[in-house]
Ligand binder design. Structure first.
Ligand code: 7PJ
Length: 283
């Protein structure tokens, strides 16, 4: 049975509201879509404050780039990038998500006040499940085929939706068996992580199948290359409208969280989508 709320560390969200907007805060100097403009601590904090003013619901802090072909970041470097931002934003009034697959970073971030651990490896690294089992932090289990260095080299599936669903189901059972409550779990097909544009579009089209036992689904499509391919090869900064369209389609297919770069535009779009769906101006 799925929970009536999504427990996100110190915060709790009712499930019958419009989708949550998770704003991306990259602290990677080599981030592909913002060119590392937020690499410095002060710039990252200003970016977070701007997203808060724009109505962000969750701030997703990422230290290691996971763009296709990128190399792993040493642990101490990731901690040095992420922890000052976690400390600076711990009392900003919004839940903090940490995009990491390293158990040591998970533990440090949780001790520093993080509310959600967003793991592109789906808590498969040794020690990852144990690092998050205690406490109330939310977890995002993402599907990825292979690893960021090789994932876009000719990804293959017999049935992409069935395989992603089976993977997520297995990870959910593992986390439940370790003692994680369903109210803390969210699921993510991992758009672009070992998937062709056709795989991504099939997953988006059938996303309702991925809401295993009614668990909330997170969709991360913002500025991704599949959208670029659809709109004629535009670069990431010119994929804003494409990203908003994708976020609304994800909402229509049941997404409870959308992970985005363009917070203000996405919040407005989802408010309109919600109002139309409920035939009432949302509060
Ligand atoms: C995702 C992510 C995603 C989750 C990245 C990018 C690449 N975490 N981290 N889902 N993507 N949960 O933003 O283009 O889709 S990094």
């Amino acid at each position: 049975m799925s929970s009536e709320f999504f427990q996100c560390g110190r915060y709790r969200f009712a499930r019958d509201r419009r989708p949550l907007v998770m704003g991306i805060l990259n602290v990677t100097p080599d981030s592909f879509s913002d060119g590392g403009r937020h690499a410095s601590r002060d710039a990252a904090i200003r970016h977070a404050e701007r997203m808060i003013a724009e109505g962000v619901d969750i701030i997703d802090i990422g230290g290691e780039s996971s763009r296709p072909g990128s190399a792993a970041l040493p642990l101490d470097e990731e901690l040095a990038r992420v922890m000052p931002i976690v400390e600076a934003l711990a009392n900003c009034g919004k839940p903090l998500s940490i995009d990491t697959y390293k158990p040591e970073v998970m533990r440090a971030a949780l001790a520093g006040g993080a509310d959600l651990i967003n793991d592109i490896w789906g808590f498969r690294m040794p020690g990852a499940v144990q690092a998050v089992v205690a406490g109330q932090a939310a977890l995002c289990i993402m599907h990825m085929q292979r690893d960021p260095q090789t994932m876009q080299e000719d990804p293959q599936y017999d049935d992409v939706v069935a395989e992603v669903e089976a993977f997520l189901r297995e990870r959910v059972s593992t986390l439940r068996a370790a003692g994680v409550d369903d109210s803390r779990i969210s699921l993510d097909p991992g758009f672009g992580f070992g998937k062709t544009p056709d795989h991504n579009l099939r997953l988006l089209g059938q996303m309702t199948r991925l809401a295993i036992d009614g668990l909330p689904v997170l969709a991360g499509l913002s500025r991704k290359s599949t959208l670029g391919a659809i709109v004629g090869g535009k670069p990431p900064q010119e994929r804003v409208a494409a990203s908003i369209a994708a976020a609304v389609c994800a909402a229509e297919r049941g997404a409870f969280i959308v992970r985005v770069h363009d917070v203000e535009q996405t919040v407005d779009a989802l408010k309109v989508w919600w109002a139309i769906r409920h035939e009432s101006v949302a509060p």
